[in-house]
Design a protein around this ligand. Structure first.
Ligand code: HEM
Length: 223
């Protein structure tokens, strides 16, 4: 059963859909959490602290966060590997000879591939910037995410990296959510319009919510 799921095209697409929806759930929660920056350092840092204490007293300190991390890493790996394998399959399945150059993948497919690569690179940068502090621009302070975020968006490249990544994320979510709904078979003639609207809404709200953070720092609203 597991083998069939992993080997078949529809199985890989299902894995992509489910792992994508898990990451989408995280993104919505993370965006809402980030908006707490508008309520000042106390509220924002408390959110950072809660990430480590969630699940207490049932769970030990940080266990909840580590469970979330493990689930997210599994989702990222499954999503990326399935995407790569599906795109290799797609290339192999093409008839051998074309008179002209190989027809290029559709606009949406190419956007998803490049968007995925940009997002993977962004996540790596983001973790090194705001979780470990390795590439952080200011003096990284563990346990003070508010100040760390303000430092990040006080550099031009911090703003460029994050805003470009957020736009790529919006496009990826918009098409990805729609594709996931198709794969999971939740659409039909009447529901498709609702699903498309939901995909657009999610993409716009997530992009605007995240981008509002660097914009607030750039304009001095958050400092
Ligand atoms: C303006 C945009 C964003 C800001 C200001 C932001 C801020 C932060 C901060 C401050 C942390 C560290 C939290 C802590 O350790 O207390 C963090 C962690 C994280 N962020 Fe973001 N984030 C943004 C966008 C994103 C996006 C778009 C993604 C995913 C594509 C993302 C994924 C993550 C992940 C996976 C973690 C690690 C959680 C952990 O394991 O500790 N973030 N973010």
């Amino acid at each position: 059963m597991t083998r069939t799921l992993w080997d078949s095209t529809v199985g890989k697409k299902t894995i992509m859909a489910v792992s994508g929806l898990i990451m989408l759930g995280y993104l919505v929660a993370h965006m809402v959490g980030n908006l707490k920056i508008f309520f000042g350092p106390g509220e924002y840092n408390r959110y950072g602290h809660w990430l480590r204490t969630m699940g207490e007293p049932v769970l030990h300190y940080s266990w909840g966060l580590w469970i979330v991390r493990v689930v997210l890493v599994a989702a990222v790996v499954l999503h990326g590997v399935s995407a790569y394998q599906l795109s290799r399959r797609d290339i192999r399945a093409r008839p051998a000879k074309y008179v002209h150059k190989r027809p290029r993948a559709s606009y949406a497919t190419r956007t998803m591939r490049w968007g995925g690569v940009i997002l993977a690179l962004f996540i790596l940068w983001h973790l090194l910037d705001l979780t470990t502090g390795t590439v952080h621009s200011g003096g990284f302070q563990e346990g003070h995410p508010y100040q760390n975020v303000v430092d990040t968006f006080s550099t031009w490249y911090g703003n460029v990296i994050y805003i470009v990544a957020m736009l790529a994320m919006g496009l990826h979510v918009q098409h990805g959510f729609w594709s996931a709904a198709q794969t999971l078979g939740v659409g039909n003639a009447t529901r498709d319009r609702v699903l498309k609207t939901l995909a657009n809404l999610l993409a716009v709200v997530l992009t605007a919510g995240f981008v509002s953070v660097p914009v607030a720092v750039m304009t001095g609203l958050v400092s």
